[in-house]
Design a binder for this molecule. Sequence first.
Ligand code: MF3
Ligand code: CO
Length: 288
Amino acid sequence: MVTIKTEDEIELMRESSRIVAEVLKLLESSIVPGVTTEELDRLAEEYIRSRGGEPAFKGYGSDPGNLYPATLCTSIDDEVVHGIPGARRLGEGEIISIDVGVLKNGFYGDGARTYPVGRTTDLKERLMRVTEQSLELAVRRAVSGNHLHDISAAVQRHVEEAGFSVVRDLVGHGVGRQLHEDPPVPNYGRQGTGPILEEGMTLAIEPMVNAGSHRIRVAADGWTVLTRDQSSSAHFEHTVVVRSGDPEILTTLLRERKSGEPDNDTRVNARINTRGTEHRGKTGADQS
Ligand code: MF3
Ligand code: CO
C-alpha cells in the first residue's frame, strides 16, 4: 500500500533527510587515500546521534543471524551497494559509494552518493557523472499525474545512451515511517506505465549503474553486492516528495531549491521538463 504523507509528516522527513545530507557532506573531506571505511562509519554514526537521530541500517535485515551491522554502506569500485565498513583502506583512484539512512521522530530519510578517492580514471568519472545525472532526470518526473515508470524510464534511457547498464535486481522504494515502503521504484521500465503518482508520495529514487553488464552477485558476507563482470559501479540516491509542481528533494542542504530550477550545483547537462519533453542543453556544467 502506498501512503500519502501529510505536510506535518513531510516536515519530519525533511529533518531526517537533512541529517542524511549533512552526513554525506561531512564525510566528503575524509574520503582520502588511507582512511578505513570503519573510520568513516564511526564519524557518520557519531554525527547522526549528535543530531538526535539513529542510524537506519544498523540491525536491518530478514536473517536474524546476519543483520546489517553498520551505519553506512560503503561500496568500493565493483561493489554496487551494501558494502560493509571495515578495515579496508581507501586507495587513490578508487570510487566509493556511501549510502546513509537516518531515523528521527519516527520517520526515515535515505540518500547516497559516489565519490572519487583522490584522482580517478576518466571512465569512473563519467560513470559517476552519468549516474548522478540519471537521478536528477528521474527526480524531475516525480510529479503528480505522471506514471511511476516515467521515473524508471528516465534513468534507463540516460544510462543506456551513455553505454552503461542499470542494475535490475535492486530497486528504489517508498520511504516514510518505514525505510522500505511501497511502491518499488525500478531504474528501468516503460514511460507511461505503472501507478499514477500523487502529491505527497515520498520516494527513495536510487539508480545503481554498472560500467559493464547489469548482472550482480552477493558476496559470502550475505550483504555486499558486486558486479559479476567486476566492472565499476556507482550509486546516487535522494528522498523525494511527489508534488503537483516541481518535485521536492529532501536529502539536500539547499533548502530553497526545487528540482526543476537550473542550479550551479547540479551536474546535469540535459534538461527534461516534468511532463517528459526533453530539451537537450549544452554540456559543460560539470563541476562539483
Ligand atoms: N539505501 C539502501 C536501501 O534503501 C540501503 C539499505 S542498507 C540495509 O535499500 F542494510 F538497510 F539494507
Ligand atoms: Co534506499
